[in-house]
Design a binder for this molecule. Sequence first.
Ligand SMILES: *[C@@H]1O[C@H](CO)[C@@H](O)[C@H](O)[C@H]1NC(C)=O
Ligand SMILES: *[C@@H]1O[C@H](CO)[C@@H](O)[C@H](O)[C@H]1NC(C)=O
Ligand SMILES: *[C@@H]1O[C@H](CO)[C@@H](O)[C@H](O)[C@H]1NC(C)=O
Ligand SMILES: *[C@@H]1O[C@H](CO)[C@@H](O)[C@H](O)[C@H]1NC(C)=O
Length: 603
Amino acid sequence: MKKTILFYLLLNISIFSCFGLDPCCVQPCQNRGVCLSKGSDSYECDCTRTGFYGENCTIPELSTRIKSFLKPSPNLVHHILTHYKWIWDIINNISFIRDAIMRYVLTSRANLIDSPPTFNSDYDYKSWEAYSNLSYYTRTLPPLPKHCPGGTTALPAAKDVVQKVLLRKRFTPDPQGTSLMFAFFAQHFTHQFFKSDLKKGPAFTKSLGHGVDLSHIYGETLEKQHKLRLFKDGKLKYQVVDGEVYPPLVKDVQVEMHYPPHVSEQQRFAVGHEAFGLVPGLMMYATLWLREHNRVCDIMKQEHPDWDDERIFQTTRLILIGQTIKIVIEDYVQHLSGYHFKLKFDPELLFNQKFQYQNRIAAEFNTLYHWHPLMPDAFHIQNQVYSFPQFLFNNSIVTEHGISNLVESFTKQTAGRISGGWNLPPAVQGMATKVLEQSRQMRYQSLNAYRKRFNMRPYMSFQDLTGDKELALELEKLYGHVDAVELYSGLLVEKPRPNAVFGETMVEMGAPFSLKGLMGNPICSPEYWMPSTFGGKVGFDIVNSASLKKLVCLNVKGPCPIVSFKVPDIQFPSLTNVNASSDPAGHRGINPTVLLKERSSEL
Ligand SMILES: *[C@@H]1O[C@H](CO)[C@@H](O)[C@H](O)[C@H]1NC(C)=O
Ligand SMILES: *[C@@H]1O[C@H](CO)[C@@H](O)[C@H](O)[C@H]1NC(C)=O
Ligand SMILES: *[C@@H]1O[C@H](CO)[C@@H](O)[C@H](O)[C@H]1NC(C)=O
Ligand SMILES: *[C@@H]1O[C@H](CO)[C@@H](O)[C@H](O)[C@H]1NC(C)=O
């Protein structure tokens, strides 16, 4: 802390001496104590329920001392969960231990999220406006007050940060074996709640559901939903191409979608999210969920021949929300975590806990989820290779290859590693610059401030942060002091955990937001979580047995393709080189690290 203060002092001597400075600007209150200024020369720290006391909330209470003594470090917990497979094989089989661990995972993570929400990008203190105005993303750490110095003035140009430490030099594959099937799921799933309203600014969202509401399938307004619905048996509108179901055309349903002018009328598919024409991976998932919706409607119709269109539609939507959460926890987060512990989606685990069934999406969650390093340099589909420009806004790829082939190709292609620096595809560098500029506009606190907020120790040096000399040197040239490193660039340059896609901060920050958002959904609450909510036992079973594999296999014609968030071990396709053999079989048995070494010796 002393260093931070010194840093601000050095940078802002002139401002300090010209105005009576708010004493809270130096953030004297530690351990989440709240600072209240009292004129320009005194302040008070509110240490209520922080577990600390004293002028600056720095002295731990006895119970805090004991807890911190007993609490293992996040890295140790991660190590245990990702090693000792034989022990986990046993624990996963003993249901009461598995339940207890899962309950602990959920509560310990979700407890880190303020609920009800507190701040937003315009209010760094609690206020009714900040609580009640749903157009804002919430904020986990309040913005640096506008009258305080520091923050954006001393930072390097966003463009320089992107070019010097983020931009890909050569493709680094994810050692966890994450597939593009995962990458597109992430993009598709998160866009239902990350939907900045850029007309108003980056602090605002258009997705007022603030969570898993499936607005990316059904539209964010009732008007759009109605245009997408068939109004028969609960179903959504569709078209048939080569005997398979695809989303309807924009010209037939008249909903707003974002396509550039060169895209022909026949290729303008209409789905719940207006931006999902961007990449075939998104349209593939949109198609799968559309088929799933109509499939579940048929089952509901059979179960309840007396139900009208509206009841079938609404019940099916709840079932799909349940399926989504199940898949996200047991397939998606399971893969991402790399844990040998088998995660479990079971809302009942929280019924005897203090838990608020509500959620507000945080701006910081949106910022940290810009996982663009996952994107490869080119896309391998069957025996074709598509460059970025060929791939973008090209729905004909979806219908020409068909869903089954897309799934199999995306499952076989390895995604990029997210943390570790220098792995951002050049095609999306403009986006990264914007994320940095928007974080500054919203007056984000530093990476180290967020580390403290999520119970991690602040990094002491650039080497400590990156674990890489060359990268540390570049960062130092940009930021000068490690306490000045911003959240987004910090997350992308952080040293990854061994053989993992992320560093510590991404996981320790991301998991609480994610689990709170999933379990805080109303369908997980005691009043909702019962068979009747989902159309009876049949619907409840659909929720409780959902998986990525079923989502695909029950919705494609013919045999089930290979489908996984992890590239199957036996087969790694060529990774980046557009000119490389496009026959994945040619690379059978080669693991990506070897391939990378080969490539670097080529260069
Ligand atoms: C509390 O913080 C202020 C400002 O950082 C510092 O001047 C003061 O000495 C601290 N008080 C204690 C008791 O540590
Ligand atoms: C433990 O799990 C394995 C597979 O995960 C299963 O084959 C085995 O029957 C289980 N054993 C017990 C005792 O439940
Ligand atoms: C939320 O805040 C924004 C910005 O102050 C304002 O334009 C908007 O009208 C508010 N929304 C509501 C519902 O009050
Ligand atoms: C779109 O994909 C098709 C293959 O389905 C390809 O022939 C075409 O060149 C691509 N379009 C563009 C603009 O690259």
